[in-house]
Design a protein around this ligand. Structure first.
Ligand SMILES: Nc1nc2c(ncn2[C@@H]2O[C@H](COP(=O)(O)OP(=O)(O)OP(=O)(O)O)[C@@H](O)[C@H]2O)c(=O)[nH]1
Ligand SMILES: [Mg+2]
Length: 351
């Protein structure tokens, strides 16, 4: 899973990228190259399981983050748009996280609503260009061959164009299976899940109006103070916990940002446990037990027989796997079982 961090210049994207992935990219100086790094998905349940099993290693679920260079909205003298060029780096990701500057810093007064508007416009225009290119090609194809290969395509792309010209994101369009199939290769930006990260000044709240605007546009909204997250990330775990407790928080805002991203992508975690390894795995919500098994190894999916399953809460309440079993809380689930967030699975298989 990959998430692209996007936004106009100097909103705190690289600062957050560093916090989330442990990378050490320079901040405050822009740049034109994207950065890519993996960050673990924090999960307090995995810490508890690690305490129970004392495994040799603990492995978190992870997400890949792409720090897309910031851009200016608007067109240059030759009509080209910087945003369109930079947003190419956001085409292959599964979701977009827009960082919005709500702090003044040395960068002039903040304008969160303006930034949201700019991004919506630039994302829409970048998609519109792709749609118009395709329409042009279809017209050429029709002129040359008398008709187009796929008759569904011209009316579909006209609908896409209309949607974008009305300043609406493509994610709001209902498409049938055939239409979905046609557009899968186009990696439209406005069809991706969107997370809006309101980066506010220390000791302040994120502006409610901006949060409302972002939510109304279908985004998951989180607020952070990137500068403070940067400080917290440099503390020892105990110090960080104390610092957060003083603020009345139980976790860093960056954790909330990661979880919101997980949610926007419709993902959940299940666990495998044992003396060697306690591990969190990512599957989509609604995944079946064999699909989950396949995340671990393709053999486990192919030879899937049953999944010995216990819910996290029940395991922890029982105190041990044996106690949960004695209390009949360990179930044997078959191929049709839909994995639930926090399930602890042991896959029985034969190949
Ligand atoms: N006061 C304040 N400054 C911040 C905050 N977050 C980031 N900054 C500062 O803002 C400047 C820009 O931060 P970056 O993380 O480099 O911003 P960016 O969005 O990656 O910038 P570009 O890549 O140029 O678009 C740096 O000097 C940061 O230290 C914050 O929450 N509060
Ligand atoms: Mg940057």
């Amino acid at each position: 899973m990959q998430i692209g961090i996007i936004g106009v210049k100097f909103t705190g994207k690289t600062t957050l990228f560093n916090v989330i992935t442990g990378a050490d990219q320079p901040t405050g100086q822009g740049g034109v190259e994207p950065h890519l790094a993996v960050g673990k998905v924090p999960d307090s349940r995995l810490e508890v399981l690690t305490g129970m099993y004392a495994p040799k290693r603990t492995v978190h679920a992870s997400i890949e983050w792409v720090d897309v260079p910031g851009f200016e909205g608007g067109a240059g003298p030759d009509g080209s748009r910087e945003a369109t060029r930079f947003l190419e780096h956001g085409r292959k990701v599964d979701a977009l996280a827009q960082v919005v500057r709500c702090f003044d810093g040395g960068y002039g007064p903040s304008d969160p609503e303006g930034e949201l508007e700019t991004l919506a416009l630039e994302l829409g225009l970048a998609d519109l260009q792709v749609v118009e290119n395709r329409i042009e090609r279809l017209e050429k194809e029709k002129a040359r061959m008398g008709k187009v290969a796929n008759l569904l395509e011209p009316p579909l792309f006209e609908r896409l164009r209309e949607q974008l010209e009305n300043d609406r994101p493509l994610r709001d369009l209902e498409l049938n299976v055939d239409e979905e199939k046609i557009i899968t290769g186009y990696t439209f930006l406005t069809r991706k899940p969107m997370i809006v990260v309101l980066n506010h000044a220390e000791g302040e709240d994120a502006p409610a109006a901006a949060a409302e605007t972002a939510r109304a546009a279908g985004a998951e909204v989180v607020s952070v103070c990137a500068a403070m997250e940067e400080e917290i990330a440099q503390l020892e775990p105990e110090e960080a916990a104390e610092f957060l407790a003083d603020l009345g928080e139980d976790e860093p805002a960056a954790h909330r940002m990661i979880r919101a991203s997980y949610g926007a992508l419709d993902l959940q975690s299940f666990f495998t446990v044992g003396p060697d390894e306690c591990r969190a795995w990512t599957v989509r919500r609604g995944a079946t037990a064999p699909e989950a098994a396949g995340r671990i190894h393709s053999d486990l999916e192919r030879g899937f027989i049953r999944a010995e399953t216990v819910a996290y809460d029940e395991l922890v309440a029982a105190g041990s796997h044996a106690a949960a079993k004695a209390a009949n809380q360990v179930r044997l689930e078959g191929k049709g079982y839909l994995v639930q967030d926090g399930d602890i699975l042991e896959i029985r298989f034969s190949v």
